[in-house]
Design a protein around this ligand. Structure first.
Ligand SMILES: Cc1cc2nc3c(=O)[nH]c(=O)nc-3n(C[C@H](O)[C@H](O)[C@H](O)COP(=O)(O)OP(=O)(O)OC[C@H]3O[C@@H](n4cnc5c(N)ncnc54)[C@H](O)[C@@H]3O)c2cc1C
Length: 475
């Protein structure tokens, strides 16, 4: 019997839905991938974070008048908030953020909270083959700098983020991937001067994670888990303290340019700006800006969170660390123990956000969790939710300026935006202030590429899921 079928239909976990599960709520992104700009101020996804992040940020509320600003930022996730914070704190530029819903409503307030080193989806060997060694080293170190940016923002502003133990454990989900991990360790050391620790299967099971499939692991010492909504709210409060303005419930419905100024219209107000930053990630509508159209591909990620596990249940499940964990699949599973003993378990979730499909996504995800940790079969799942990550044609994140030198974007973190969005937001701020901090490497020089056939983006993602699914399972 295959591992996946072992519990099919039989798990007592299936059917134990609690009121917090996402598919019972109003779909927040409507059918497909359409953001509801006609319903400003939507509630947060029904996440564990939303239930445990305290008060909303005291913003300037809905934009209801005509206002002027030097920099308008569209989107109050990590990208937009970090940009506003760094513009105000480091460069004395008081930007205005327009957010359709609430601070951290998008991916930033509902992700897994893994702040880790990961720049794009290329293997390190592919990066080394594509770029010269020095550039590849700098490319990798952008990821390390990104983790440090998160550390710095949290520390400088005393943001309480429920931090986990440091470190990310990348687990070989089958024996054939052990060699890949050992090769990665060698490349990281010899190519980029970065030390990781290889942990054999026995030690992994004894000291860190004893799942049904861990064969060995690579431990990256940097990075940590956090409550992403607390973090987003913390950056927002710091940005406001330093002089930025945030208007929530203020979707940008139209964007024109008159006399060299950008005119952003919201349902009740107008913002006139010299420069604009697009920080809307997987929630970007193609119509947002003609240059950006056809350049990004949103995809769903799902998260389930169990009820708190007792220390004995954690031991029985084989969960012996609060460090961040993911596996060597291309279609990765990620999980970690939260400070109150709950298991957060996440994975990719397709390309449609519809009530009935979300129900299936829940069943699929929780079944995979039980496959990996069979003793959790009878444990209730308290929360389930979904959100959009943002992918690009070349599998790399992008920060840049469009064909209009006053329009900047930072986008497509490939599902790893906790640290990258925080860092890239800071880099956009430096660029706007005329004090660029980014290294002069391809990552920041090449524009976000367009998909050759934008109309077929979803179909190509579907095909990629099938291809990678087969690779993950059989190779
Ligand atoms: C379920 C899930 C799990 C994830 N887990 C991780 C993880 O563990 N680690 C990690 O590094 N990354 C993770 N990610 C990815 C990460 O969350 C994102 O890369 C990152 O948060 C993107 O931040 P952002 O600020 O660019 O965009 P977002 O946080 O998505 O914010 C975009 C905002 O723009 C607003 N907006 C859109 N259009 C308009 C408009 N016209 N007018 C005004 N506002 C508008 C939206 O309302 C939204 O709030 C995950 C993502 C998801 C969905």
């Amino acid at each position: 019997m295959s591992k996946t079928n072992q519990h099919s239909g039989a798990s007592p976990l299936l059917g134990k839905y609690s009121k917090n599960l996402g598919f019972d709520a109003e779909p927040d992104t409507n059918v497909g991938r359409v953001l509801r700009l006609d319903m400003p101020g939507l509630p947060h996804a029904p996440s564990y974070w939303a239930a445990n992040a305290g008060e909303e940020v005291n913003t300037s509320g809905e934009l209801e008048t005509r206002q002027e600003t030097s920099v308008a930022i569209i989107g109050a996730g990590f990208t937009g908030l970090s940009c506003a914070y760094h513009l105000a704190k480091k460069h004395g530029i008081k930007a205005t953020v327009l957010e359709a819903n609430k601070v951290g409503w998008g991916a930033s307030g509902r992700n897994g909270g893994f702040s880790m080193i990961c720049v794009g989806k290329d293997e390190y060997a592919e990066t080394l083959a594509r770029l010269d060694v020095e550039e590849a080293r700098q490319h990798f170190h952008v990821g390390l700098d990104a983790v440090k940016t998160v550390e710095e923002i949290v520390r400088d502003n005393n943001i309480e983020v429920d931090r986990s133990e440091s470190g990310w454990i990348n687990i070989a989900h089958k024996k054939s991937r052990i060699a890949d991990l050992k090769e990665t360790k060698r490349l990281l050391k010899e190519g980029f001067g970065y030390d990781t620790e290889y942990i054999g299967g026995d030690e992994l099971r004894r000291t860190l994670i004893n799942s049904s499939e861990g064969c060995g692991a690579l431990l990256y010492p940097d990075g940590f888990g956090l409550n992403p909504l607390k973090y987003a709210r913390g950056i927002a409060r710091a940005a406001i303290e330093h002089g930025a303005t945030i208007h929530d419930k203020s979707p940008v419905l139209s964007w024109t340019k008159e006399g060299g100024k950008h005119i952003l219209r919201t349902p009740k107000g107008v913002l006139v700006a010299d420069q604009v930053v697009i920080a809307t990630a997987g929630y970007t509508l193609d119509a947002m800006n003609p240059w950006l159209s056809g350049r990004i591909l949103p995809a769903i990620s799902n998260i389930a969170v169990t009820r708190p596990l007792t220390p004995a249940e954690q031991q029985q499940a084989g969960l012996r660390t609060t460090q961040m964990v993911s596996d060597t699949r291309k279609l990765v599973f990620y999980y970690r123990l939260l400070p109150d003993g709950r298991l957060l378990f996440g994975a990719r979730g397709g390309i449609r956000d519809e009530g009935n499909l979300n129900h299936k996504a829940y069943e699929w995800l929780t079944q995979r969790m039980v496959d990996m940790f069979p003793s959790l079969a009878s444990v209730k799942v308290d929360y389930f939710w979904r959100g959009w990550v943002c992918l690009s044609r070349d599998k790399n994140p992008h920060m840049g300026t469009t064909d209009d030198p006053t329009v900047h974007y930072s986008i497509a973190y490939m599902g790893n935006g906790v640290s990258l969005a925080s860092h890239f937001g800071r880099l956009v701020a430096g660029r706007i202030a005329g004090k660029p901090e980014e290294p002069k490497i391809t990552l920041f020089k090449d524009p976000l590429p367009k998909f050759e056939l934008p109309a077929f983006r979803e179909a190509s993602l579907r095909a990629a899921y099938v291809y990678y699914g087969i690779k993950d399972r059989f190779l």
